[in-house]
Write a protein that binds this ligand. Structure first.
Ligand SMILES: [Zn+2]
Length: 307
């Protein structure tokens, strides 16, 4: 039933697109699946391309329903920037429905942003859906370590330069300017968080291994048993014991999840729940990479620093 709904939505979107004004095509457009990739691609492209986001800011990327507007975006795009670790596998039926074969997997018009990144928490042994189906190839939240940004932006520049060779110089210039700003900001972030190195932290979802590595935090546990699967009572009681032993003070709750579980764990352990945006734009005014990280770093420093 869901499939037939999808197909009818797709037909409606394609029919609608026939009436779209031609002016919308003035600049080539590039679709990024997720807000972090959107922010990085926009920083590289500057005003030369139209960079579109396939999701809404602040939407949980692990749990996505297809909308006609997404099919329209993809049907018109010249390139697709994706995560590369299946966090955004929901884009595949959208690409198929949009009738834009240029954006199918493996096409030169598709940028897999993760290439070359050292991926954390790669599952060992057989992977099946009982392990959760949102991090099947390892943890996909790699842009939360600023040290990965040179590599990720290099992948995006290489992909866009292949398609728009006349703009290759502009992309590289923009990338350099952006990386300088990120490096300066990273020095600021490291110094703000320096007093809290070694702090023991718990989160609702497994969003933070790259962030913890970057800033020297210790992961005591995750409330979700397996990424994308609500926690079992046994898992939570073991976690609560561990948190009491290790005196965990802060639980990071990605702000698109409901707070019941984290509040329950907090009551039992004396830790405080800090709702934080996992990706750019989940808090208004943090749509670009640096302001998102600024917000995150300051919120975490404040929570760890207060009595
Ligand atoms: Zn995730």
């Amino acid at each position: 039933m869901r499939r037939s709904l999808r197909v009818s939505m797709i037909s409606a979107a394609v029919a609608l697109s026939a009436f779209a004004p031609a002016a919308a095509q003035a600049k080539p457009s590039v679709v990024a699946t997720l807000p972090d990739l959107w922010a990085l691609t926009a920083a590289i492209a500057g005003a030369s391309l139209e960079i579109k986001l396939a999701t809404r800011f602040g939407q949980n990327p692990h749990d996505m329903e297809i909308r006609p507007s997404q099919i329209l975006l993809v049907s018109r795009a010249a390139a697709l920037v994706r995560n590369g670790l299946e966090e955004d596998a929901w884009i595949d039926p959208i690409v198929e429905g949009a009738g834009n074969p240029k954006l199918l997997r493996g096409s030169p018009n598709v940028v897999e942003s993760v290439r070359g990144v050292q991926v954390l928490k790669v599952p060992t042994g057989p992977v099946d859906r009982s392990l959760g189906d949102v991090h099947p190839l390892g943890n996909p939240h790699y842009t939360l370590d600023p040290a990965n940004i040179p590599l990720v932006t290099a992948n995006i520049v290489a992909g866009l330069s292949r398609l728009f060779p006349d703009l290759a110089g502009t992309f590289e210039t923009n990338r350099h300017a952006f990386l300088e700003k990120v490096a300066a900001a990273d020095r600021r972030w490291k110094s703000i968080l320096a007093p809290y190195r070694g702090a023991k932290v718990v989160s609702y979802h497994d969003s933070w291994p790259y962030f913890y590595r970057a800033f020297g935090f210790v992961e005591v546990g995750i409330e979700e048993d397996r990424p994308g699967i609500p926690p079992s009572p046994q898992h939570l009681s073991a976690l609560i014991r561990r948190m009491r032993d290790e005196k965990v003070k802060v639980i990071l709750l990605e702000n698109w999840y409901p707070g019941e579980v984290s509040n329950f764990v907090a009551r039992d352990t004396g830790a405080r729940v800090l709702a934080v945006p996992q990706s750019p734009g989940a808090v208004r005014g943090t749509e670009d990479y640096i302001s998102h990280m600024d917000y995150l770093v300051n919120a975490i420093a404040k929570a760890l620093g207060s009595p």
